[in-house]
Design a protein around this ligand. Structure first.
Ligand code: FES
Length: 605
């Protein structure tokens, strides 16, 4: 047995088998940044052991050790965007309840237990046909009873009473509760992001969100992006099961959290809907993912999937249905369909462009006649990865940069001394340095002797050399938490340039395919957490978003959550999502020479 103690937390674990410090820390309840998933290439997992800095993913915990984890290597909960727009006009969930009085059998009425239940449900449903369409409008047109419930039906009648509440899904009765529980009808909508997971508990009668809970996707220790997760699944015999277990456990924690906040029992949650990118949805369902990352890149399934909660191990009503959103292609998943649903683009005569920037950039362009979609490998630059001092949008991250009268003003999340820079800060810094002329339109950071004469001395002093290349000091050592300057390096500018060029080229390719120019775009919807935190002026200045008037730009928040919520609350919305999955025309950018050419042109700021 060895003892591994983690400082400054003081958490200890005892292990009998050697493992990496990355795994050991996780067992001790500390999540270390593992951008590359432990491949040893990102250097974001540095920890101190016996006075030396080592990579946690490459160092074995094979003796008693004291490990110090610096803040910069910790995975902090980032600001999570929980709410989005809501344009649902009718609440019509697939789950419904009916309080029924079953006719007791007599020698004159020998109808089966099941038939008497169905009669009662149909009578009740007709009586309140304004609110329940689940029995008249089912695919079979009739009410049915699940086999699981049939097995219990005779004993429920005789042990409880004949006054019961039925719980039905799409016309199928799957549970019976003694007495009248019709007021208690809930579902959960989940946005399964690569980095964060947001779960909302919804009252299925009022459509109101009762509680929201969010957490970092517990798969992050297997890597920051979907490719690292797919690699993990490919390289480990039980990799997929491990990844699936992580997300299921994470969802169960969120569900427990929601229940605690709202005094609702997990078994009173009767349906769960989930939206995520195709990889996240596949892993949730335990479907193979390797083919998503291999040319020609295909999904195992792109239609919506319905699966019983119990078979996934989710702690809600065991007979509850889990609905996973339809997707379009291996790189355009249910979250993009959810963006389309939440922005009602399928029903608009105007030309709309929706942009969801995360690890990848997903785009939708068009109107009710035609909707095109693509995914660009925007790279994780804007999420902090591959940026020298890039960190997530969590406490200590510079999120705003403004230069005025030669002074650099920074805003740090949490109001604490800065430790690094997050995506919105990076975009601001680039825009401001382009404006003052320290970065040229080619993306080159100028040397001191090349700077225009009008640049104030106070800014010149911030231009230093880092690895023999120019770098700009955003926060001085005295300002920062670890007495170490926070820099924007030449290499960071290049990373951001690649990411913005990929998105801009994706947008131009879709516009060309659609046959329009930028001035014909009526609205730009910015979705996702990232969209909500950036300053549109800065994003526009660096060319990350197109040069449209600000009044055409609208933040739509966490559209994936909104889409999942709409699918939970409305049969119609679910139908729309399924139509949208088929209607969206996927444009594969890989291998297109026009995309490559546009991409090169878009490298200029
Ligand atoms: Fe250790 Fe990337 S180098 S996780």
């Amino acid at each position: 047995m060895f003892e591994i103690r983690f400082e400054p937390d003081g958490n200890k674990i005892h292990i009998s088998e050697p493992m990496t410090l990355l795994e050991a820390a996780e067992r001790a309840g500390i999540i270390i940044n593992a951008v590359c998933g432990g491949a040893g290439t990102c250097n974001k997992c540095m920890v101190e052991v016996e006075g030396r800095l080592v990579r946690a993913c490459q160092t074995r915990a094979d003796r008693d050790m004291i490990v110090t984890i610096p803040d910069t290597s910790r995975f902090f909960e980032q600001k999570i965007l929980q709410e989005g727009i809501d344009n649902l006009d009718r609440i019509d969930p697939l789950v419904c309840k009916h309080y029924v009085n079953i006719t007791e059998p007599t020698l004159d009425n020998l109808r089966s237990d099941a038939d008497r239940l169905i009669d009662a449900v149909n009578d009740n449903s007709q009586a309140q046909h304004h609110t329940c369409h689940n029995h008249a409008g089912t695919s079979s047109g009739t009410t049915t009873i699940t086999w699981q419930l049939l097995k219990k039906l005779p004993s429920i009648y005789r042990n409880h009473s004949y006054a019961l509440t039925t719980v039905c899904h799409d016309g199928s009765v799957f549970a019976l509760e003694p007495g009248d529980t019709t007021q208690n009808l809930h579902g959960v909508a989940v946005d399964v992001g690569t980095t964060t997971v947001v779960a909302s508990l919804i009252n299925l009668q009022t459509g109101k969100t009762i509680a929201i809970a969010s957490q970092t996707n517990p798969q992050v220790t297997f890597g920051d992006d979907v490719i690292s997760r797919i690699d993990y699944s490919a390289q480990n015999p039980d990799g997929l099961e491990q990844l699936q277990r992580r997300i299921i456990n994470g969802l169960n924690q969120l569900i427990a959290n929601l229940c605690e906040k709202s005094v609702i029992k997990p078994w009173q949650i009767y349906e769960l809907t989930a939206a995520g990118n195709a990889t996240m949805q596949h892993i949730l369902l335990g479907l193979p993912v390797e083919q998503i990352a291999q040319a020609p890149y295909v999904s195992a399934v792109s239609s919506a999937v319905n699966v019983p909660a119990a078979s996934l191990g989710l702690d809600i009503h065991p007979e509850a249905n889990v609905y996973v959103m339809p997707s379009v292609a291996a790189h355009v998943g249910g979250d993009t369909v959810a963006v389309g649903l939440a922005t009602a683009m399928r029903h608009s005569s105007q030309i709309n462009l929706a942009l969801d920037i995360g690890t990848n950039g997903e785009l939708i362009l068009g109107n009710s006649q035609r909707l095109l979609t693509c995914s660009t490998a925007a790279g994780p630059a804007f999420e902090g990865a591959r940026i020298a001092q890039g960190i997530r949008g969590a406490a200590g991250a510079i999120e705003r940069v403004h230069i005025e009268d030669g002074q650099v003003h920074i805003t740090v999340i949490g109001g604490v001394p800065p430790t690094g820079i997050c995506g919105s800060g990076l975009i601001d810094a680039l825009a401001e340095l382009l404006n003052v002329g320290i970065i040229a339109d080619t993306g080159r950071m100028l040397d001191l002797d090349e700077l225009p004469a009008n640049i104030p001395q106070s800014l010149k002093e911030r231009l230093i050399k880092h690895d023999d290349k120019p770098a700009f000091v955003l926060a001085t050592a005295e300002q920062s938490k670890h007495n170490q300057e926070v820099l924007l390096t030449q290499r960071d500018v290049r990373e951001a340039q690649l990411a913005k060029a990929a998105i801009a080229a994706g947008i131009t390719t879709l516009m060309n395919e659609f046959g329009i120019t930028l001035n014909q775009v009526d609205n730009l919807y910015l979705a996702g957490a990232f969209g909500n935190y950036i300053r549109p002026e800065s994003a526009r200045r660096i060319g990350l978003i197109p040069n449209l008037p600000l009044e055409k730009i609208q933040f739509v928040g966490n559209a994936a959550s909104t889409g999942a919520k709409q699918a939970l609350l409305s049969r119609q919305a679910r139908k729309h999502a399924e139509e949208l999955g088929k209607f969206l025309e996927y444009i594969e950018l890989a291998g297109r020479t026009d995309f490559q050419n546009i991409f090169s042109e878009q490298m200029m700021f």
